[in-house]
Design a protein around this ligand. Sequence first.
Ligand SMILES: [Zn+2]
Length: 203
Amino acid sequence: MNEGLIPTSEVIYKLIQELNKLPGIGPKSAQRIAYYLLRTSDEQAKNLADAILSVKQTVKLCSVCLNVTDADLCLICRNDKRDHSKICIVEQPQDILALEHTKIYSGLYHVLHGAISPTEGVGTEDIKIRELMSRLQNGSVSEVILATNTNLEGEQTAMYLSRLITPLGIKVTRLARGLPFGTELEYADDVTLTRAFEGRQAF
Ligand SMILES: [Zn+2]
């Protein structure tokens, strides 16, 4: 943190440091938020703190798809109206939000919680591949859609999964190339994401 941003109170400094660790929050934004919180009512500050704590204490992973949920099964897995013969594989829970927003897909998901990255020491055992393979054992799934990010790690992961799943006789598709290389799914706009989904191809 540069010197100009050091406030006159240690507790404020601590708060700014913590806010600065959040994604997308630089030192200046962290400072702005900290001083905003100082001005806000006790009640509003407490609501924020409570919301953060209860998310950490109550949210767990769906026992089937590993999406975040506050029950044993997430809302998507619990929904009988969805197509249980399709599984769309994503890297992170927030990718599900991006895809659900497009309303183009009505199947189920599987969250890997990461992507294979030899350079960062993330191997096939470090993401939820074993859980995925056990879901595919009972023969009820006819299509797996690989919706990992279009960066190097996402492509490597898609390639690895394709080699693993295709021999099971399950159709494997990959989102179309409408997504520019390097795109993280959660930041893709609805139109691009919808086109990529509609144009998914055998992989
Ligand atoms: Zn689920």
